[in-house]
Ligand binder design. Sequence first.
Ligand SMILES: [Zn+2]
Ligand SMILES: [Zn+2]
Ligand SMILES: [Zn+2]
Ligand SMILES: [Zn+2]
Ligand SMILES: [Zn+2]
Length: 266
Amino acid sequence: MIVTKYIFFMEVVMGTVSCRNCNGSGRFYDRKSGKTFDCRACGGSGINRNLWSTNCERCRKEIVYKANTDRPRYCKECRNIELSKTCAQMGCNKTILYKIGWNNVSDYCGACRNKRDKGFKASICQGAFCNNLVWSPPGKSFSFCFECNEKKKKADAAKWKEKPCAGGCGNTIKYNTDWDHPPNFCKTCKERRLKRGHEPNQSENPRFHAACGERGAKLSLQEKSRFSNFFHGIPDRQKMKFEEIVKLAEEWKNNNGGGFRRSDKS
Ligand SMILES: [Zn+2]
Ligand SMILES: [Zn+2]
Ligand SMILES: [Zn+2]
Ligand SMILES: [Zn+2]
Ligand SMILES: [Zn+2]
């Protein structure tokens, strides 16, 4: 097919396609009669009116196509060349695969396009060392990506601890390690203590018991009950710290242990 004529339209080259029958000449020469006739197929024009010609925008190869149809931009080979680009959404690194011949290839990957169409707003995760993309639906504003959110939830859950109620009721107290003053008593014990009125020092008794026990002076039950009598006669005992009570209990044991043992027998 020979391009016989070029029509310049913008930068696109449009061409006509020559008639195959007469090779574009429009005529046939008859040797016998020595006459020439018009080609019947093209009516003597030498042009195939059913076909148009153009050039591939990439390789410039001629493309012949049906007249009065949309001009193809690429030849068959070029049309199927695969290309890729990165999603235009900030924070999204997805690759978009497409072919040269495709029209209207979106700059956004399917997931991002879907969110944008629904009016979601994009931001970057505020988690440490995290640059993940975060989508917030209309009217909301999320700061963390799913992974960082899960991490945060776990860390928050780990801050919740349990301990037994200091009232000796067997109840468990749930508290958060972020609290400056975690409670020592359960709700029931707290209410009971409030009804009874405050003791001079709420934590005096548990502190005394602890100071006599395994963590402290390791007094026997009998020693403890006698030391208790002694201890509860001290006017400033409410202000004594755990270590001070332990020290006092040890001194008491060292100085009076023998004598008290004797009195036990009576
Ligand atoms: Zn012809
Ligand atoms: Zn091409
Ligand atoms: Zn994307
Ligand atoms: Zn994150
Ligand atoms: Zn309790």
